[in-house]
Design a protein around this ligand. Sequence first.
Ligand code: UDP
Length: 328
Amino acid sequence: MKRILITGAAGFLGSHLCDRFIDEGYHVLAMDNLITGDLKNIEHLFGKENFEFYHHDVTKFVHVPGKLDYILHFASPASPIDYLKIPIQTLKVGSLGTHNLLGLAKEKKARILIASTSEVYGDPLVHPQTEDYYGNVNTIGPRGVYDEAKRFQESITMAYHTFHGLETRIVRIFNTYGPRMRLNDGRVIPAFIGQALRGEDLTVFGEGSQTRSFCYVDDQIEGIYRLLLSDYTQPVNIGNPHEITILEFAEEIIKLTGTTQKIVFKDLPKDDPLQRQPDITKAKEILDWEPKVSREEGMKITYNYFKTLTKEELRYSEHKDFTKYIQK
Ligand code: UDP
C-alpha cells in the first residue's frame, strides 16, 4: 500500500485530498496544527484502517514513522483575513514548514508536491496568467506574507530538485471553492453565501469590477492528483478559466439563494488583484486535464453544503481568535 503524508489535512483542500487518496487505496497520514483547519472536515475518516492523524505544526521538525511514498504540503492560512491575523505563522509555514517537509521527503526518498498559488503572480500585468509570468507582488503589503512565502516555497522546492535530485511537483492553485470552505475566513464565496443565509446585505469590495475565475473543488483535486503522478517538475496552473467580475458574481448569488437583500459597496482592500484568470494550456497538454464542473453546478452543491450549517455556525460576528498563536 502506498503511503502519503498530507499536511493541512483538516483544511478545505487538505480534507478533500484525504478523501481522494483514501478512495484510491492509499494509506493516508494526515497532519494539521488546527489553527485554521477543523477536525470536522476529516472526522468521517477517523476509524478507517488506512487513515491516521497527527496534530503537529510543520514549522517544527517533522517526523513520521515508516516509509513514505508521497508528501502533499497543503498547510497554510489561505485568506487575506488570515494573513492579517497570523502573518508570521503564514510566513513560517511556507518557508520553515516547506524546508522541514523537503528534508523529510529527502530522508524518506518520497516525491513531494507543494501547494503554490496564483498569488505568486500578485496583481498581474499579464492576462491570462501563464506559468512563465514572473509576477507583480508588493513584498510589504498585507498579502506579501503569503505571496512571498509561496514564492520562497517554490524556490526552495526547485533548489531541492536541482541540488538534491528530489522528486518535486509544484501546483499553482487559482481560486477554488466547494463544501468545507471555512464560513468566516473572509473569502468571497463563503462571505456572500453566509450573508445571504443570515439575511444580510452582500458586501462587494470596490466597485466589484475586479475579476476572479472560480474552480470547483473536485476539478482542482483531479488536477493535483494528475500532477502528482506525472513526471513534470515545473509549476502548473490549476484553475477554471471562466472569469467573472465580483459584482456579476454577487448578482449570481442573489439569484441562487433567492435572498431579498441588496448589494452594498465597501472599500477595496489594499493590493486586491484587479483581474485573475489562469492560462491552463500546460495542464491540458501535460495532464490532459481541464475543469468539468460549471459554476452553476458547483455553486448549487456549495450552497447546499452551507445550508446544512447550524444557526450558530452561520453567525458571522467574530472571526476565530488566532491572537494566542501569534509569535513575535
Ligand atoms: N470580496 C468582496 N466582498 C467580500 C469578500 C471579498 O467583494 O465580502 C472580493 C475581494 O475584494 C476580491 C474577490 O472578492 O476582489 C475575491 O476575494 P477572496 O478573498 O475570495 O480571494 P482573493 O482576493 O485571494 O482572490
